[in-house]
Ligand binder design. Structure first.
Ligand code: FHN
Length: 473
């Protein structure tokens, strides 16, 4: 029998080891990246990846800001309004590029105050800010060297609010991040081919002129290089990747490109083609580019052990400002969403849509202030926590955990003050309200777990947090 060449033997051995590595990783619950075949990217070890993702995983709560030219029409064009999202007005009002460009001459956010915006985010308990550097309309909200279609060159405002916001965000101890749209309704490489649609208006599926893709990709890369080197964003939140002319290979290439520019940057899964629509998590037929999943306007039904994900959500029904959209979520809904998401091991990216003058709408600031009041008391039960240990949803609320501590977030306080907590793998040794740690809560074990004997009245009608200290960490 012919002797097998050495190379073949080496190859065989390697694939056996790789397979063994994955088994091991899965076994110890390590978090392979949502992206690459080896669980890490850029030859990054798992430990390096965990270090890179640490601040983001502990942050749990961030502000999304959709701000751009679409705030000028604010949801109305020639008297036409829509239930559709405001930042898509160039699409649903079929506004030709040349016409849409005229909004730039009306964009003058003289009331923009970076310190105030960051104070509102910080006051709500948010740890990072993701703002639209360029949305689908292609307009750059920062000073871009590769485009004159930006806030410095094309508007009477003439200044760079992203510079101010980046500096202020860091000054107040939050993380500055950018949203960037791959689809671009303004770039000449793309056009619209749809019945009744102006070829230069907006559309969900822009087409790419033959041979123009390389130009556009190098335009994007040059713009991203200047954004990354000038503003040092900590996260790049891509979007608009669904267009047919964008591929997973393009996504992997762009992921590599931005990580080479800033190795500790975190990139969402919309850099590539992995996500399953608005559910936001990746298909599992291959390893896709990106560091975290992006459910949109929804919360996954159950926790996703080992997966990094972030739910993004509006406070009303639009991302970009629409003056007549008053369908605001209550502070209770927002706080319970945050708890629900944290109890499943995810982050919450909550959106505001500032006006063309540069103001965050009052209904948003009021609700964020109320969220902040809850977070100042209960932040310990959100920041740096992991998903709760219970296989099924708790009937009375949610749970988050830390080594040696379980946090019960009680939405529905029992009328008789008696709370049945299902058993889980740890032994509770002490219980108390997070709001009054020196007042121990008595509890007794029973066949199903433990029963807590709590005060008759809920300390907080939205969510009262009980801490269970456990013997085991
Ligand atoms: O089309 C965008 C939309 O305008 C908004 O930016 C959201 C935010 O996640 N993302 C896209 C819709 O999936």
């Amino acid at each position: 029998m012919k002797k097998a060449p050495l190379r073949f033997i080496v190859f065989l051995l390697c694939s056996i080891c790789t397979a063994a590595f994955f088994e091991a990783a899965a076994a110890v619950g390590e978090r392979p990246a949502i992206g690459s075949a080896s669980g890490t990217q850029n030859h990054e070890t798992q430990a390096e990846r965990d270090r890179r993702m640490k601040w983001w995983r502990e942050a749990r709560f961030g502000m999304f800001i959709h701000w751009g030219l679409y705030a000028v029409p604010a949801g109305e064009y020639n008297g036409q309004r829509s239930k559709r999202i405001g930042e898509w007005i160039m699409e649903w009002a079929n506004i030709p590029r040349a016409q849409y460009e005229t909004f730039a001459r009306q964009f003058n956010p003289v009331k923009f105050n970076a310190a105030e915006w960051v104070r509102i985010a910080k006051g709500a308990g948010m740890k990072y800010i993701v703002i639209t550097s360029k949305h689908h309309d292609g307009f750059s909200m920062n000073d871009s060297g590769v485009s004159k279609y930006d806030i410095v060159d094309a508007t009477p405002y003439g200044k760079d609010p992203m510079r101010a916001l980046a500096n202020e965000t860091r000054k107040q101890g939050l993380r500055f991040c950018f949203y960037y749209s791959i689809m671009d309704w303004h770039h000449p490489s793309q056009y619209v081919d749809a019945p009744g649609k102006d070829p230069t208006a907006g559309h969900r599926q822009t087409k790419m002129h033959a041979g123009s893709k390389p130009d556009y990709v190098s335009y994007m890369k040059e713009q991203l290089r200047e954004f990354i080197t000038a503003y040092r964003p900590e996260v790049l939140w891509f979007d608009g990747e669904w267009v047919d002319w964008w591929t997973e290979e393009d996504g992997k290439d762009l992921y590599q490109y931005v990580r080479n520019l800033k190795p500790d940057i975190i990139v969402n899964n919309r850099v590539g083609k992995g996500r399953k629509g608005m559910e936001g998590l990746n298909k599992d037929d291959q390893q896709y580019a990106g560091d975290f999943g992006t459910p949109e306007q929804r919360i996954p039904p159950a926790g996703l052990p080992g997966v990094d994900w972030e739910s993004c959500m509006t406070m009303n029904d639009t991302w970009g400002y629409k003056f007549y959209d008053e369908n605001w979520k209550s502070a209770e809904t927002i706080i319970r969403n945050l708890i629900d998401i944290a109890s499943k091991g995810g982050n919450y990216l909550l959106n505001v849509g500032p006006t063309a003058e540069g103001l965050i709408p009052q209904p948003s600031t009021e609700r964020l202030a109320e969220v902040g009041r809850w977070m100042r008391l209960n932040g310990e039960a959100i920041y740096g926590t992991s998903a709760g240990p219970f296989a099924t949803q708790l009937s009375f609320g949610r749970a988050t955990s830390k080594p040696g501590r379980l946090y019960l977030h009680v939405f529905d306080w029992p009328a008789d003050g008696r709370l049945q907590v299902p058993a889980w793998r740890k032994t509770p040794k002490k219980a108390y309200l997070l709001a009054s740690p020196r007042a121990p809560i008595r509890f007794t074990a029973n066949g199903e777990g433990i029963v807590l004997q709590m005060p008759m009245k809920a300390p907080d009608p939205i969510a009262s947090v009980i801490v269970l200290e456990t013997a085991e960490r």
